[in-house]
Design a protein around this ligand. Sequence first.
Ligand SMILES: [Zn+2]
Ligand SMILES: [Zn+2]
Length: 109
Amino acid sequence: MIFCPLCGNMLIMQSSLHGYFFGCNTCPYKHELGEHRVTARRSMHHDERADEIYGGDSAKEMMDMTEADCPKCHHNRASYVQQQTRSADEPSTVFYCCEKCNHKWNDGS
Ligand SMILES: [Zn+2]
Ligand SMILES: [Zn+2]
């Protein structure tokens, strides 16, 4: 059950052209369900940079192999991708993905 944050009355499920929403009977407050559904779908992805880079299969194919020590299984080869930061003062970050166990890490912070 959802209550109106403005007046405290119970919100009633209503429908409009844009979809369903919870509306208050005593004040103009509306709680749109459509917008929240979109937000939920987008936030399913983590906001971490590594996930962004390793997200698609095409990104993985583009990555080069290099010698790197996997912190997890100590395999010595990993695919890597370099990401340039927006600020010129900061060094670019290298993201690694272990060839053997798929562990992902980076050499930055
Ligand atoms: Zn209200
Ligand atoms: Zn590994």
